[in-house]
Design a binder for this molecule. Structure first.
Ligand code: AMP
Ligand code: ZN
Length: 114
């Protein structure tokens, strides 16, 4: 997708602090962290929102969650706890329309979220 910020990061046209890459996924540090650990995990496939996930994406979305959990373990926050978030559309605050799992941790989280 030509005008997608995260597709540009995947294509290395925009720099990011990449912490994991494989054939299907990319994980990188959020540029504006909301917690001591704030990592975005994205599929290389351009999917605009969670509403656009189809049956053909089931394995990919599973990998997204597994990678985020593995990174939480690597960062040493798995036992304490962490939060996985996928914002969808305006009222949830989605600003980048290429699905991404926020992996947040390293501090006590509030519930309900703001
Ligand atoms: P959302 O608001 O759920 O769509 O999340 C988009 C996230 O992307 C925000 O947390 C931003 O801080 C983050 N972000 C925006 N631009 C960049 C960038 N160039 N590199 C890393 N993270 C970014
Ligand atoms: Zn994209």
């Amino acid at each position: 997708m030509q005008d997608c910020l995260f597709c540009k990061i995947i294509q290395k046209k925009i720099p990011a602090r990449i912490i994991h890459e494989d054939d299907d996924l990319l994980a990188f540090e959020d540029i504006n962290p909301q917690a001591p650990v704030h990592i975005l995990v994205i599929p290389k496939k351009h999917i605009p929102t969670s509403l656009d996930i189809g049956p053909q994406d089931h394995a990919l979305v599973g990998k997204l969650f597994q990678a985020a959990a593995a990174i939480a373990t690597e960062r040493g926050i798995a036992e304490r706890g962490f939060r996985l978030v996928m914002n969808t559309n305006a009222e949830a605050g989605q600003t980048v329309f290429h699905i991404h799992l926020h992996m947040l941790g390293g501090r006590l989280m509030q519930w309900p979220p703001g």
